[in-house]
Design a protein around this ligand. Sequence first.
Ligand code: LER
Ligand code: MN
Length: 272
Amino acid sequence: MKLSFVISTQPTQFQAIAFDPNFEANIARLAELGYAGVELGVREPDKLDAANLKRILAKYHLVVPAIGTGQAYVEEHLSFTDPNLSVREQAIERIKSHIALAGELGALVIIGLIRGKMQSGVTRDQVHEWLIDAMRTVAHAAKEKGVRLAIEPINRYETDLINTAPEALGLIDELGTDNVGVLFDTFHANIEEARIETGLRLCGARLFHVHVADSNRWYPGAGHTDFARIIATLREMKYADWISAEILPKPNILIAAEQTMRTMTSLGLSQR
Ligand code: LER
Ligand code: MN
């Protein structure tokens, strides 16, 4: 298992990803602390200077395991299930641009808040149909570029479309494509899964990516989530991919990143 840390490529309202205006300084710090990867929250891939991004990543020998897409929902309200067709189409186009960037970086694309949530006057069946249609379209586009998508169950206070691992797995079964799996976030799972380890085990080989944050969304070790059990479960599952810290920058980004690394190395994960 390899460790990465989530940052944003631009300022954002989303609190759980730390942002320092000096992107390169963030990358340099993460590399120094021993992270092997940096997960990027990207609102508009087309506005990103991909060549410069790749130059910085190469300079510090960091890879990008995943690209987060939620800012397109949080800041622009784009979603796969908006009653307005044009908004749904824009959401799909935006995710296609995330897929293109992911293809260049060898990353997977996270399908989280971009799903949207139930709107008044719309039935659950209709929302499900829009969600499946959008997922089929983006899964197909991703497959053409050799990119994987990860559906992230998110807690009830942020969305009412897919809160648990079983719900995500149900959607993945319905899609029937092997390039869509689950992103399991321990913060959401602490709220929604009956038992975190049971939710993880249920994902099996369809577990594509993991976000870690403690019960209070601070760095692992700052709350009451049992990370020893979580890491032991991932080892039993032979999960060999990424563990990405998506945490509040508290008490500040540097301490949060240091403490995450301290907790994870104490559980036997290695620095790069
Ligand atoms: C994104 O990865 C996430 O975990 C959500 O809480 C976004 O709001
Ligand atoms: Mn997450």
